[in-house]
Design a protein around this ligand. Structure first.
Ligand code: FE
Ligand code: CA
Length: 529
């Protein structure tokens, strides 16, 4: 796909990675679906095995539009997905009933080899705030029927929103049992906050099943890894049940990645950016994302806003792609001068401006940051130093984090709520400008969801729980089990149910609520339900 030689030459002669080459590459990709319209009809194409092995999905709904997704792959974990190396036309239809009788829109899209025969349909002109069903046809094959919905009209105040948020689904370390329960919950939306796949080689901490191949690097590697995850029937069922908003964290590319440079000094920066382009392209191909998220080489604009009428505004963040390198390395360190540098950024200038404008212009009752890493400044007790803080999370970027909290306080952003993944444990945190000063005002609530499967079964009470709670008055709940968080939002109240799975190492694990918390509108203090 890439001409490695040309990129190396560009590096050699221009003394840096040529942005221009990457942009040209991205531009060619964007033009392909248009070029494809010249291709012949595939109405008579016949498949010897099911091309819809990866299921269907929908995402990024607005009041009148939604993205419908599928990818043709009769052999999903083989290079090329078992598809012929040519453009294939795919028919789609969307209806207001589950038996697909009242079709309100239909059309044809093209599945192209450069985008791994993925199909992203942007359906417009739908009715706000209602459910739809959709499916695809290619040749003689028919996809399963997916269910999706639009968001309520921009100026409507819906009585209720029910959604789940989740993250961190290491395929080797646990079963995706939690998704089975999510499907039964009849939710409006799902937010996935990253670590959708893990890039590791087969067998790294494996407990229940095994990754295919070595640590992933090439475009085919990333595609096959995503395909392996998506063939999980429980994950597929959850995607088919309601629309998702997705954002990535580090493992969709490389562990604890930051800035444009690998943590491993021997990795050529050009190679690292090519690897990132591979990771982002495979991510785009596999997710129900709008075309405006199509990566341009190693750059992919994923931060975006979604409004559930005037009930809730979601600012979906990307705290990976634009961040400066972790200060003091990415482990736990004291919150010293280098962590507090004003030049440390998780958001980058562009995203920060976009976020500030979004928060100020929001007309919604609840204003939500759907993002990756923990914002609570949680200090962990340490033998030979004062408290230590995770440098890979917001405390490593404490100045920007405190500025953001101060901004939300100064601008009186209504009911700010932060949703977080990454850390593989459950937390409820009160957020202040500086969480080390419990005497100051609470500004927002942070709900941190544990991993869906990463790490395998975990303890209800993590090691050192008592000490963590004693040192961090901002922490209201901490738990080490697997699961996800389900939220019920009304104009009066935000309720977060922490659902846990009793055993992710065996099929049929039971899902049950471990703890529930509420925040009343107009009062950021969180309490137990
Ligand atoms: Fe993770
Ligand atoms: Ca992570």
């Amino acid at each position: 796909m890439f001409d490695l030689g040309r990129i190396r030459e560009a590096v050699k002669y221009e003394g840096g990675v040529s942005r221009r080459l990457f942009v040209a590459y991205g531009g060619a990709l964007a033009a392909l679906p248009t070029l494809a319209r010249a291709s012949q009809s595939d109405a008579n194409m016949s498949f010897s095995s099911n091309p819809f092995t990866l299921g269907v999905a929908s995402g990024d709904p607005g009041a009148q539009q939604v993205v419908l997704w599928t990818r043709l792959a009769p052999s999903p974990t083989e290079p090329g997905g078992g598809m012929p190396n040519r453009v294939v036309s795919v028919n789609w239809e969307i209806a207001t009933d589950d038996s697909m009788r009242s079709v309100v829109a239909k059309g044809t899209e093209f599945a192209t080899p450069p985008l791994a025969h993925s199909v992203h349909v942007e359906v417009n002109g739908l009715e706000p705030g209602r459910w739809y069903w959709y499916r695809f046809h290619v040749g003689d094959a028919e996809s399963p029927i997916g269910r999706t919905r639009t968001m309520p009209a921009r100026n409507a105040l819906p009585g209720e929103l029910r959604f789940a948020f989740t993250s961190c689904q290491n395929y080797e370390q646990g079963l995706f049992t939690a998704y089975e329960h999510m499907v039964e919950q009849e939710l409006d939306l799902v937010f996935h906050l990253g670590d959708y796949i893990y890039e590791y080689e087969a067998g790294r901490g494996g407990k229940v099943r095994t990754h295919i191949g070595n640590e992933i690097n090439s475009l085919d590697d990333y595609r096959i890894r995503h395909s392996q995850y998506r063939t999980d029937p429980l994950l597929q069922a959850a995607h088919a049940r309601c629309p998702w908003f997705l954002t990535f964290d580090d493992h969709e590319f490389d562990n604890n990645c930051a800035a444009d440079i690998s943590e491993e000094p021997h990795i050529d920066p050009a190679d690292y950016l090519i690897r990132r382009a591979n990771a982002y392209q495979a991510y785009y191909e596999m997710m129900p994302l709008p075309r405006r998220c199509l990566p341009q080489g190693p750059d992919m604009r994923l931060f975006r806003r979604a409004s559930f009428g005037r009930l809730a505004d979601f600012m979906v963040l990307d705290t990976r792609q634009y961040r400066t390198d972790q200060p003091n390395g990415d482990g736990k360190k004291p919150l010293n001068q280098s962590a507090l540098l004003r030049t440390n950024t998780l958001l980058g200038a562009k995203q920060k401006n976009w976020l500030s404008r979004g928060l100020v212009s929001s007309q919604s009752l609840w204003n939500v940051l759907a993002q990756q890493v923990m914002m609570g400044m949680v200090g962990f007790p340490n033998q030979d130093s004062p408290l230590v803080y995770s440098m890979d999370q917001w405390p490593g970027y404490a100045s920007e984090r405190m500025e953001l909290m101060q901004f939300m306080a100064d601008r009186r952003v209504p009911n700010p709520v932060v949703l977080t993944g990454d850390i593989h444990s459950n937390w409820v945190n009160e957020l202040r400008v500086d969480d080390r000063r419990p005497e100051t005002n609470v500004i927002a609530t942070e709900f941190v969801a544990t991993s869906l499967s990463s790490g395998g079964n975990g303890p209800e009470n993590p090691a050192g729980l008592g000490e963590i709670l004693a040192h961090n008055p901002c922490v209201k709940f901490h738990n080490g089990e697997r699961g996800y968080v389900s939220c019920t939002v009304t104009p009066e109240q935000w309720r977060a149910d922490y659902l846990v799975v009793d055993d992710v190492l065996k099929p049929g694990g039971k899902v049950f609520p471990r703890a529930s918390f509420v925040v009343e509108s107009g009062n950021p203090i969180v309490h137990k339900a």
